[in-house]
Design a protein around this ligand. Sequence first.
Ligand code: 16G
Length: 164
Amino acid sequence: QFKAEYKNVTTPLTPEHNLQIRPLHLEDYDKGYLDLLKQLTTVGDVTREEFVDRFQKMKACPDTYYIVVIEDLKSGQIIGSATLVKEQKFIHHLSSRGRVEDVIVSDLYRGKELGKLLVDILVCLSQQLNCYKVSLECKDDNLKFYCQFGFERTPGQNFMQQRF
Ligand code: 16G
């Protein structure tokens, strides 16, 4: 589904790395997917049943959730992931906005440009899906990382939130 022929996509995944990039599967519950997300933020104790239920609810929204994972085929563990959410709009003549979310690479696999690969893919995918723009929220420390993909801070625009 995600082909290396997309423009600008780097491909560090040679066979000797034993890494595979693919969409999230239900079975990834047993491959440490949620433990990986715990390196990003709070996840809590999510049972298999709860995971399956949420997975199926996402799947039931066609053309909306694109969750990409990297599996280390040697260990059978998910070691990287990123999500593109395609939000449908009325504006821009019924266009869609892409949101890059939950980008995480296991601390044991950092420095191999896997985060770059994940973000490259999602940016390409958002273009392929005809989003009129793609955006994300990140910490100051990660600004430089995201700038390399063409993301820019928007003058006069602020990211605001209310936490519950
Ligand atoms: C970062 C993530 C966001 C994630 C949030 C979790 C990227 C580009 N940004 O902002 O997607 O949901 O962290 O942190 O991956 P939180 O639990 O404080 O909301």
